[in-house]
Design a protein. Structure first.
Length: 491
């Protein structure tokens, strides 16, 4: 009971994230109605009524502390402003395609309030009210209603939950079913709980990077190193999930993270491990390489064909070049509607005015042509400079404590360890911090040629990773300047 009471907020955040993840990646709005608002209300209730208390602190004092922190947090106001924008866009919708009598060309009828943010189809625009407000609430709850240990636990739970989902995805693939989770028939390729392979790939790539950092950090811990082997399970399963998605971008990013991260970890740890351990590491690398090469010739043909289709000479045409039509249209759209954009999912409605009839026919008949496949440009076109600026501000607020704390840690002299007197920069900052930053950066890179952030499951996992990151930094015993707040800015 003590665990439940101290981690009530954590468990509600976890439940919300798992619901988004396991229910079609959160992309089926018909399955979100009622459930997501209910889970958000339960999370808010737990945050208000039963936040975790500090040692010697009474519950009323804990409530005041948590709410004082929330009220002072810029994320609260950024989230409220973004929610207001999305609500206005949804409410000021219902535009119909009509014929302009003067020009004889089709155009959309004006919105009910022409000077306010608008959307074309309210049933489409309301979807993003199920995405962003719950994510902001979850991040605020983690920043102010979850302890440092709880933040580390939360991210660990998400990593293990992702590994379980990846395993289920492979079981599902081996079963030969044509239905997502054996329930929803889908004609296209799918993996795990994601109906879109690139969403699955981006999700598991993010968790693979984070789980790898967790393993490396624990492996070098003298007290916890004997348990590090267990963390190789989520590392392997999340990597297998990224590969099983058959998303080329995810497979390439995961392989890059594996190679670059492995080399960086080896260089960082080489001076600090004994000769016997070095021999075992080299043997492990050889065996892992042999296992990967063996798996290459035994994995399903789809995975091999996807990787074999990647060629350096056609890489640009297959990624950015293939999206130029959508990217150009989205950019011109954002210039015509610079402040508030054309509303949620408005790109697919307005794009007809930015392409030729032949290009429109190509887009209508092509797979995935209704989206820009560049999240930055699509958010800019649909929510304008105001909406995109608010999203950018939220990311900045979440990143600053981690980057500031990491920089402070790099500048701080490490305690002397006479057995290992040299502490390289890669070991001064906890490996989990590097892993979270690399994993979230990989998602951003993926978003330049696809749409991972249009899956609420990825959106909330990505945001929670940044919100939990400061908990992995060393405690700041004395602020560097007067009146400076702790780096994690919360409990």
């Amino acid at each position: 009971m003590t665990y439940l009471l101290r981690n009530l907020v954590l468990l509600h955040v976890l439940l919300l994230a798992l619901f988004f993840t396991w229910v079609h990646g959160g992309t089926r709005v018909d399955l979100l109605v009622g459930v997501v608002p209910g889970l958000s209300l339960l999370l808010l209730s737990a945050l208000v009524a039963l936040p975790p208390t500090r040692r010697g602190e009474e519950l009323p004092a804990a409530r005041r502390r948590v709410w004082r922190g929330i009220v002072r947090d810029p994320l609260l106001y950024i989230g409220l402003l973004l929610t207001a924008l999305l609500t206005l866009q949804w409410a000021n919708g219902g535009r119909e395609l009509v014929m302009d009598p003067a020009s004889g060309r089709p155009l959309f009828s004006p919105p009910p309030w022409p000077r306010l943010p608008f959307c074309v189809v309210p049933a489409d625009a309301i979807q993003q009210l199920y995405w962003f407000p719950p994510v902001f609430l979850a991040v605020l709850a983690v920043r102010h209603g979850v302890t440092r240990l709880g933040k580390r636990r939360l991210l660990s739970y998400l990593v293990w939950a992702g590994a379980l989902l990846a395993l289920l995805g492979w079981v599902q693939a081996w079963s030969g079913t044509q239905s997502l989770l054996w329930l929803t028939p889908l004609p296209a390729h799918f993996f795990a709980s994601f109906g879109y392979d690139n969403h699955a790939g981006a999700f598991f790539t993010l968790l693979f990077a984070i789980s790898g950092g967790f393993w490396f950090q624990m492996a070098l811990d003298p007290e916890e190193g004997h348990r590090a082997g267990w963390l190789l399970i989520p590392v392997g399963l999340n990597f297998a999930g990224a590969m099983g998605s058959t998303s080329r971008a995810a497979m390439l990013l995961s392989l890059a993270l594996l190679v670059v991260g492995g080399i960086a970890a080896l260089l960082a740890a080489w001076r600090r491990i004994e000769i016997g351990t070095r021999v075992r590491v080299i043997a492990g690398i050889v065996l892992t390489t042999a296992a990967l090469l063996g798996a290459w010739f035994t994995v399903p043909t789809t995975m091999r064909s996807e990787l074999n289709s990647v060629h350096a000479q056609t890489l640009y045409d297959d990624t950015i070049g293939a999206r130029l039509l959508q990217c150009r249209s989205a950019w011109e759209m954002s210039r015509d509607y610079p402040a508030f954009g054309v509303g949620g999912w408005g790109f697919r409605q307005f794009v007809r005015f930015y392409v030729t009839p032949a290009e429109l026919q190509k887009m209508v008949g092509g797979k995935g042509q209704a989206n820009v496949h560049n999240d930055i440009l699509q958010f800019l076109a649909e929510h304008g400079a105001v909406g995109f600026g608010l999203l950018l501000a939220a990311v900045t607020v979440m990143l600053v404590p981690t980057l500031r704390g990491a920089w402070r840690t790099l500048r701080t002299a490490s305690p002397v360890d006479w057995e290992n007197p040299y502490v390289p920069p890669l070991l001064r900052v906890p490996a989990a911090i590097y892993a979270i930053l690399c994993g979230t950066a990989a998602t951003v890179i993926h978003s330049l040629i696809d749409l991972p952030f249009r899956s609420p499951a990825i959106l909330i996992t990505w945001a929670l990773a940044l919100a939990c990151a400061p908990a992995f930094l060393p405690r700041q015993t004395q602020p560097a300047v007067a009146n400076e707040t702790p780096v994690d800015g919360a409990t």
